[in-house]
Design a protein. Structure first.
Length: 374
């Protein structure tokens, strides 16, 4: 838009020159059309093609050499010449005007008008170029700022997620610690009291009324012990979060790069979570100690009827064969835990030669019976 406005002003000065010179009207019109077409082609070509742009700038000047009245288009050519990367070309049109005036006998007034119009065109072109360059730089800075703001927002979201994850993991860890402390302190105390009451029953076995009182106390202690154990188990189970525990395992297993993907629409039952955690711990430990893996991926998925766990690593591959899950004690232990829940367990080597990965896979049905859960 700025270029179009500038060129309208320059064309107005060219028309004013044509009116003041009172030369051949047809030649002036032809010269104006040639200059306008060359300027339009210059906008299309731009300064990316220097030779073509230079030819389009010099074409109207060549026309001036053939018909001196065509010198009215020099300001328009000057406007485009100032936009070329070779800045010294901007002095060619004014020099050409001076030479033309000296050789073709143009009047001093005409030459002065041409020089003034040409200098005005050059100044207008330089000013607009600087303005557009400033706007372009401003747009680049704005785009860079927007990119930085987006990146900052993503980092902030990651920090918020990390903080929430750490708070959640700390809360779960505190629940587990409290459950263990209750089990170790209150549970042992109640157990000791039960044993003491049993011993007192033996000591006072010949006193029926005393034994009956001890039986009542013993019943209360057993009820309290049973209630405490249920509460401890419930508190400990509520402290099991599969995603948090898998991320903790990934940071402690000794493998350099471990990615955890836990895409679940609901939390698995506690037995399934504990089973998957035990399988993941054993699989990552084996991959670090025996296979010397440097990269591993732990993925938990929830299908309409299945809970699935898939662990891969790039460590040393075992010899090819069938029933790999039965070869080692660790794999047999993992397989047994999954089968106890009515699931399926497998271990295999996947991938092409040179890019193999060892895969541990476990699948447990979502609708498992209560006996399997216990």
């Amino acid at each position: 838009m700025e270029r179009m406005t500038d060129k309208i002003l320059v064309l107005g000065s060219c028309l004013a020159l044509a009116a003041s010179m009172r030369g051949d009207l047809a030649a002036s019109v032809v010269a104006m059309l040639v200059a306008v077409c060359a300027s339009a082609a210059f906008e299309v070509v731009g300064d990316g093609h220097r030779k073509a742009a230079l030819a389009l700038v010099l074409a109207p000047l060549v026309l001036c050499a053939l018909a001196p009245v065509a010198c009215i288009v020099v300001p328009l050519s000057s406007y485009d010449a100032a936009r070329l990367k070779t800045r010294w070309l901007a002095v060619v049109p004014p020099a050409f005007v001076a030479c033309l005036g000296a050789t073709c006998g143009l009047g001093l007034v005409t030459v002065c008008q041409l020089v003034v119009a040409t200098l005005f065109s050059l100044a207008l072109s330089v000013r607009t170029t600087r303005v557009l360059e400033g706007q372009s730089q401003l747009h680049r800075l704005q785009d860079d700022l927007n990119d930085r703001l987006i990146a900052l927002g993503e980092k902030n979201a990651e920090l918020v997620d990390a903080r929430e994850y750490e708070m959640h993991a700390a809360a779960l860890s505190e629940r587990t610690r409290i459950a263990r402390e209750i089990h170790d302190s209150v549970g042992h105390l109640l157990t000791r009291l039960v044993l003491q009451v049993e011993a007192l029953k033996v000591v006072h076995g010949d006193e029926a009324e005393v034994v009956e009182d001890f039986d009542e106390v013993l019943g209360g202690l057993n009820d309290a012990l049973s209630s405490m154990r249920k509460s401890v188990h419930a508190l400990e189970d509520s402290g099991v979060d599969l995603g948090c525990e898998l991320n903790r395992l990934s940071s402690e297993c000794g493998i350099q790069n471990v990615m955890v993907t836990c895409s679940l629409d609901a939390a698995p039952p506690v037995p399934v979570s504990k089973c998957f955690l035990l399988v993941a711990r054993e699989a990552l430990t084996n991959a670090a100690r025996h296979a010397h893996a440097s990269d591993a991926h732990v993925a938990v998925t929830c299908l309409p009827g299945l809970w699935q766990l898939r662990i891969t690593n790039d460590g040393i591959m075992p010899p090819q064969g069938v029933d790999l899950e039965l070869r080692g004690m660790g794999l047999r232990s993992m397989r047994a835990r999954v089968i106890e829940l009515g699931g399926v367990f497998s271990a295999r080597v996947d991938g092409r030669r040179g890019s193999e990965r060892f895969v541990v896979f476990a699948s447990v049905p979502r609708e498992m019976d209560e006996g399997a859960r216990q």
